[in-house]
Design a protein around this ligand. Structure first.
Ligand code: THU
Length: 160
């Protein structure tokens, strides 16, 4: 039997076409790039999450002298929310970036490890996380759920 996996997402020409709430979240992610510690890659990433409480929480990549020890913006943010707001669900997460001496005019998409963490969070809280991807300017991608980023991802339910 041949099966097909596909999903729908929105591609907007620019952030001005987002809802006011999503624009605010994206702006928080863009601003959060300034808190990145990325002296090795010079690639600053910012992420911002809207919680069910209405709060916006931010995270950024934090690199290490021992390169693999560094952590991406998305997992910095998820781990921070998991520990500081364990009773809240995440409604949406925006991700942006600020590379040194390069334009930031198209979306970037989370790495594989962050996709697993996002999926874990969705499964843990049984609540989809809307994902908003954009550079500092330019087109914006909006995905209805992080699960789409990791088809056939590992579901920890099998460990129970
Ligand atoms: N990085 C993130 O923070 N998020 C991503 O989605 C991709 C990559 C970071 C990791 C590293 O500090 C730098 O960007 C370059 O890979």
């Amino acid at each position: 039997m041949l099966k097909k996996y596909e999903f729908e997402y929105e591609l907007l020409d620019h952030a001005g076409l987002l809802s006011t709430a999503d624009q605010a979240l994206l702006n928080a992610a863009i601003k959060a790039t300034a808190t990145a510690y990325a002296p090795y890659s010079n690639f600053k990433v910012g992420a911002a999450a809207l919680l069910s409480t209405g709060q916006i929480i931010i995270g950024s990549n934090q690199e290490s002298t021992s390169f693999p020890v560094g952590i991406c913006a998305e997992r910095t943010l998820l781990n921070s929310i998991g520990s500081q707001y364990p009773n809240a669900t995440i409604e949406a997460m925006a991700i942006s970036y600020d590379p040194l001496n390069k334009p930031s005019v198209e979306p970037i998409s989370p790495c594989g490890m962050c996709r697993q963490s996002l999926l874990d969070y969705e499964n843990r809280y049984q609540s989809p996380i809307k994902i908003i991807l954009s550079g500092k300017s330019g087109p914006v991608m909006v995905l209805p759920s992080a699960a789409h980023l990791l088809p056939f991802g590992f579901d920890g339910a099998i460990l129970k």
